[in-house]
Design a protein. Structure first.
Length: 267
């Protein structure tokens, strides 16, 4: 893992097996995301694959083939919980997809806040062709991303989606870029996010998460509560003051002062 300008870069580092996801790697990823959420300094995370060929080719099939039903259930349940932790992260997690993202690799990208793709990227859930089915949340998140018809088609045929079509389907938020441009682009986006109010970003992520299943009226009420808390909070005072004073806001100083005050109050 690398850190720069309040942004952390995580490499999925098993290039010898196209960055396949095994239990150890998933556990490490979950721990890392949890640590970054609580360190108080990280404002955005970028996840990418080591090498040029794969973001992640999916679950480690060799390990999967040795599992019985009970072992597979535990492995898949653990994987779902870790991807859910990424999806519910209080800091944005960006998938920089630098090659194939298949099976669990695609499911990981779907669990991130959003994805950016290189022109060589391709996405797919090919499990049915192996007598399997997606098990890290693909049947649920892909439907939400592209609708049930496209999701059924992609999962039932196992066909891959190239980077350009993925962008048109809304699976990437920016047009594909070259492999050389992918990480600089992802880091630039992450650094833009890192300049914003951290509590505001957390609240936005919470509100969007709430919107996935809640009725509109419930979601609007939740948004009002979070937005009012932002208006009355110290970070908005700094942000608005900086805007009116034509300076760059110093959200770190506000956070440090707030933490110091909280420690004095609890003493």
């Amino acid at each position: 893992m690398e850190s720069r300008k309040k942004v952390s870069l995580i490499h999925i580092n098993r290039p010898q097996v196209h960055n396949a996801l095994n239990a150890e790697l998933l556990a490490q990823l979950g721990t890392t995301i949890g640590d970054l959420n609580s360190d108080g300094s990280t404002r955005a995370v970028v996840i990418t694959g080591t090498g040029t060929k794969a973001f992640s080719a999916g679950a480690d099939l060799e390990a999967l083939s040795a599992m019985d039903v009970h072992e597979a259930h535990l492995f898949l349940q653990s994987g779902q919980e870790i991807l859910r932790r990424i999806e519910q992260s209080g800091i944005p997690v960006i998938a920089a997809v630098n090659g194939v993202a298949l099976g669990g690799g695609f499911e990981l990208a779907l669990a991130c806040s959003f994805a950016l793709l290189s022109t060589s990227a391709s996405l797919g859930l090919p499990e049915a062709g192996l007598g399997l089915m997606p098990g890290f949340g693909g049947t649920q998140r892909l439907v939400r991303a592209v609708g049930p018809a496209v999701a059924r088609y992609l999962m039932l045929t196992g066909r891959r989606v190239d980077a350009e079509r993925a962008y048109r389907l809304g699976l990437s938020v920016l047009p594909p870029v070259t492999a050389e441009e992918l990480l600089p682009t992802a880091l630039t986006v992450a650094e833009e996010i890192a300049k914003c109010g951290p509590q505001a970003c957390r609240s936005i992520l919470r509100a969007v998460e709430h919107a996935q299943d809640a009725p509109l009226e419930t979601g609007l009420a939740y948004e009002t509560t979070l937005a009012a808390m932002a208006v009355g909070g110290p970070q908005s005072t700094e942000g608005i003051g900086a805007f009116l004073g034509r300076r760059t806001p110093d959200f770190d100083a506000v956070s440090a002062a707030h933490q110091s005050h909280a420690r004095r109050e609890s003493a």
